[in-house]
Ligand binder design. Sequence first.
Ligand code: AVJ
Ligand code: FE
Length: 440
Amino acid sequence: LRALSPQDLRAHAAEALTRARERSVVLTDAVDDEDLVRQHSKLMSPLVWDLAHIGSQEELWLVRDVGGREALRPDIDDIYDAFQHARADRPELPLLGPEETRKYVREVREKSFDILENVPLRGRRLTEDAFAFGMITQHEQQHDETMLATHQLREGDPVLQAPAPPPSRSGRLPAEVFVPGGAFTMGTSAEPWALDNERPAHEVAVEAFFIDTAPVTCGAYAEFLDSGGYENPRWWSERGWAYRSEHGIDAPRFWKREQDGWWRTRFGVYEKVTASEPVVHVSFYEAEAYAAWAGRRLPTEPEWEKAARFDPVTGRSRRFPWGDEEPTPEHANLGQHHLRPAEAGAYPAGASPLGVHQLIGDVWEWTSSGFEPYPGFAAFPYKEYSEVFFGGDYRILRGGSFGTDAAAIRGTFRNWDHPIRRQIFSGFRCARDTRPGEVG
Ligand code: AVJ
Ligand code: FE
């Protein structure tokens, strides 16, 4: 991005915005109007709220701030402000209807494109490297992933289709990978579209450790379940056990035990759980309990990032596990191209220099770390993106899922959620300390 001419940068931003919008349209045109305005779960907004909120944020940042243009709909700012209304209360708001919403987001987008063509991309931090356009692209893609999670919660016939992801192309992989101890560069000061919480680049020391080559599979997770793991407080943290008991949690979200084993509902299809696939829709507490049962632990956030970015030959941290190039379908299962995670070994071209697979794509991975600012953090361009969440009851998730677009993921990207959440596309991999005398 840094090397692009202003004209190429504009074209790149326009292409990213267009791809995001195509996806928003797929997700909202897939259902009828009744489904669009309905709340499918108390945890989620009606899809029509997400769509108008996408337009509202774009109006605020691109049309009004970057473009300096007049407000289109100042009357609806409050309705689509995520901080004014909890998700559970959003169906009660005087929301724009489906057609009005579609018209609104189209009108905002026409203005954004006009502004992108004409605004100087130098001289102001918000427009440097077309940052605001990248930020709004990522915002739309993040809500698209949220809408995909709403689709997963929706009852009724399937409305989304996608081909199956590739099978393993890696032969037999080792169970775990050794990551050497020492300092590495975490975060970034160079990534043009990185969000405020990924900045700045800084050195972090980690002890040597081992990390799983691939995310924990449904087959491995079912062993934990079938050995009574959900009935034994020994594996659970105190808060995790209380959460599992209060909510009657006895398996990953969407799983059901049948006579012939575990089944699941996935985007409206009831199917047998595939043992070789990464487990998804587990909370942090479940991930933590599985790890304890397996005699292991979750990786910390710095450990995850070192495993993903550290190149032992150059000592440098890469943008992605495979290098500095943008993700392609050869590198990772991203972008809702498939509606499920792929089995271990499906993306050999996406492995890290140390040989860790599928860190990007497939499933978000819980880490043991809370959401804290990096040393030197500065809120940009607004406190409500990250700063207000620091120190809250959150755990960091890394790497993105099959429902995350390439525009909204990188080796430095940080996601966070409450430890009880599992409607998101969350899985995990385990790590462990080196044993005395053990060398990788
Ligand atoms: C960073 C994914 C936790 O979806 O709540 C969307 C991103 N911020 N709109 C979320 C976000 C404002 C955020 N996460
Ligand atoms: Fe938002």
